[in-house]
Write a protein that binds this ligand. Structure first.
Ligand SMILES: *[C@@H]1O[C@H](CO)[C@@H](O)[C@H](O)[C@H]1NC(C)=O
Ligand SMILES: *[C@@H]1O[C@H](CO)[C@@H](O)[C@H](O)[C@H]1NC(C)=O
Ligand SMILES: *[C@@H]1O[C@H](CO)[C@@H](O)[C@H](O)[C@H]1NC(C)=O
Ligand SMILES: *[C@@H]1O[C@H](CO)[C@@H](O)[C@H](O)[C@H]1NC(C)=O
Length: 178
């Protein structure tokens, strides 16, 4: 007669499940932990995605959409930064390079929207492919300044921040594509 034992087993299993943190709540940490083994810093992953309050309870799918949304928002912010630096600069070379940056980031916006649409439709590999293309934008922007010796990119910090965000979003979407 092992019936009471199986009942006990079921009860302890239920208790165990009830005591676990929610599966959804674990996703941000397990996802970032997995990516952490790759090339995305764990703390950067958690803190960046957490700038969206929904991230802590989001599933992998929603985290993929959030990561692309953050990248899209940042592209607009970097474009604005390039525009304001353009307005405050008096150097013709720097001004033309900043204008180039501004148009590169502006051109990335529709691409990022299509990446967000793809992620929302669970077309994660499509979303990641677009992000891989968009990663050329910060590099291309900085390259413009390298054409003249002794000129430092005034927007390198922003380019690097955008590059990190797009890399994170690409990694999240590649993870979801598996
Ligand atoms: C992502 O951005 C789109 C467009 O702005 C918005 O409709 C959607 O709610 C956002 N999704 C998440 C999970 O933040
Ligand atoms: C987004 O863009 C702004 C302006 O370029 C930048 O300063 C900021 O660090 C970026 N945000 C994130 C979350 O990386
Ligand atoms: C997936 O997304 C990519 C990039 O937006 C797109 O080119 C492709 O057609 C999409 N595939 C499907 C099956 O929707
Ligand atoms: C503008 O950006 C492109 C994109 O990569 C870059 O190759 C080019 O050198 C830049 N042009 C100027 C004038 O800065």
């Amino acid at each position: 007669m092992n019936k009471p034992y199986s009942l006990l087993a079921i009860l302890s299993l239920l208790l165990l499940l009830a005591c676990r943190p929610s599966i959804a709540g674990e996703t941000l940490y397990s996802l970032c932990n997995f990516l952490g083994g790759d090339y995305v810093d764990y703390n950067y992953c958690v803190s960046t995605l957490s700038t969206n309050p929904a991230a802590s309870t989001a599933d992998g799918h929603t985290l993929a959409v959030i990561s692309v949304n953050l990248t899209t928002t940042n592209a607009t912010a970097v474009k604005s930064r390039a525009d304001s630096l353009f307005l405050s600069s008096t150097d013709a070379f720097i001004r033309s390079s900043l204008l180039n940056c501004s148009s590169l980031y502006a051109a990335a916006t529709p691409d990022l929207h299509s990446s967000a649409t793809a992620a929302a439709a669970k077309n994660y590999s499509g979303a990641a492919a677009v992000l891989a293309d968009v990663l050329r934008v910060p590099a291309g922007c900085d390259q413009g300044f390298q054409k003249k010796e002794g000129v430092a990119s005034p927007i390198r910090k922003e380019n690097n921040a955008f590059s990190d965000l797009a890399t994170l979003a690409k990694a999240v979407n590649n993870y979801m594509a598996q």
